[in-house]
Structures are given as C-alpha cells and as structure tokens.
Design a protein around this ligand. Structure first.
Ligand SMILES: [Fe+2]
Length: 244
C-alpha cells in the first residue's frame, strides 16, 4: 500500500484527499449527524465520562488516566456487545503496556446500549479512510479521561509515537476543560510528521488508518490559574476479527 506525501495541516476538516490515511471531522458535522438524539441523551452520554475508574495497568502507579472498555461485533447488520473480556495489544505494538491481557472495567450498561454511541460507530464506519468489511470485523470502544495537574502533566499517549494494532481508529474529543497542549499528531510509516491538529470542540474527530500511519498526542497541562485540566476522549477501534 502506498502512502501519499501529505503536507502538514493544522486546520481540522482541511483534509479532503480521499486517498489520505486519515480524515478530520469538525464538531459541526458530528452534531448534524447526532441531531436525531435528544439533548438529554447527549448529556447522559457525555456525563458517563465522570464514572471512569483509574487505569490500574499504568506503569509506576500513575493515576492520571481513567478508562472503560467494551467491544462489539455485527450480527445480521446489528451491533451486538461482546461479553466483557480483555483488551490485548502485542508488546511489538505497545512496548509500554502491551504483551499482557488488560481487563479494563467494562462500559456501563447505559453506554453499551447508548443510541448515541451506535450513531457514532456507524458515522465513522461509513467514512473510514480505506476499505472495511463489517461482516468480518469488530469494534472496540474506549472511554478515556486524562487529568493534568501542575505537579504532573497528563500523557494522552505515554507510549509516544505509536500504532494501536487495529485497522482504523476514530479519536473523538468529548471534553476539554482548562487544558493546554494535547496536540494530535500523525506520522507516516517512516515516522515523518504528516499532520497535526489540536481537537478543541466536543465531537471534533480524527480517524486514522492505523496500518498506514503512526500517531501520538502531546502532553496536557492545566491552564494558568486552575488546579487541574481534563481531556476526555472516545476511541473507536475497527479491527478484523480473524487477525485477533
Ligand atoms: Fe493510540
């Protein structure tokens, strides 16, 4: 597969190249597609990030990352939640936290069955930067909160420049409060930077072809005058079931 040279861009939504290994979606486009959901449904979905346990697999007992995880697959055209299981990345893909099964706390029932989540999964599935066959694929959903204080930066990607080991990954900003930093960065397979942007608005998104690019996110810090900053993300992995 060829990787076309792409000039770095800093404007979300500025990438219209259909062959590019990533796509950007402004918040307005997501809001338009979520318009069928009530304010209450959207509020409940966003508030579910308030109920994430600390990620106990972080090295050195770091407690700045909270998360939940669940996976789904398609059956007769419908998304069906898998029984709670483990999340696995190889050590090769994730040298920091890979090589072990990680039993993250599961998604809450209301998130697992959320119509908002269902819309988001289908929205990105229809707009992935490459071919995708839902019949042979699964979907992983990560709810992640990174907290930064003046004593400790929050590291959205402590492994640095990396890949996730999936086919596609949608990165959806859910909340950004009192935060500086957190620049999303995309690199080609030679680790040369090809795109960077800072997600600022709720539902602003980036989708990558994880086989064609590496990615990273810079540290977050609280803005001056506040004790802590928060960055909430929804990550949606699209992966082939047979290769797992
Ligand atoms: Fe990642």
């Amino acid at each position: 597969m060829t990787t076309k040279a792409i000039q770095p861009q800093s404007t979300p939504g500025g990438n219209n190249d259909a062959s590019a290994p990533y796509r950007c979606f402004p918040a307005a486009e997501l809001h338009q597609n979520l318009a069928a959901h009530s304010e209450e449904q959207l509020k409940l979905f966003l508030e579910s990030w308030e109920d994430l346990p600390v990620d106990s697999y972080m090295k050195d007992g770091a407690d700045y990352r909270r998360r939940r995880y669940g996976s789904f697959r398609w059956a007769a055209g419908e998304l069906v939640a898998d029984p709670a299981g483990v999340f696995h990345q190889t050590q090769e893909v994730n040298s920091l936290h890979g090589g072990v099964d990680r039993a993250f706390p599961p998604l809450s029932e209301s998130v697992r069955e959320s119509a908002v989540l269902d819309t988001l999964i289908h929205f990105f599935m229809a707009r992935l930067p490459g071919e995708f066959d839902p019949v042979t694929s699964g979907v992983g959903v990560h709810q992640i909160r990174i907290t930064a204080t003046h004593d400790a930066d929050g590291l959205p990607a402590p492994e640095g420049v990396h890949e996730d080991g999936h086919h596609f990954v949608a990165q959806v900003l859910m909340r950004r409060t009192d935060v500086d930093g957190g620049e999303s960065q995309i690199f080609d397979r030679n680790r040369r930077p090809i795109h960077r942007t800072t997600l600022l608005d709720t539902f602003e998104s980036l989708v990558i072809d994880d086989r064609r690019v590496f990615h990273g996110v810079s540290a977050i810090r609280p803005v001056d005058g506040v004790r802590r900053g928060i960055r909430d993300m929804l990550l949606i992995d699209y992966f082939p079931i047979r290769s797992r």
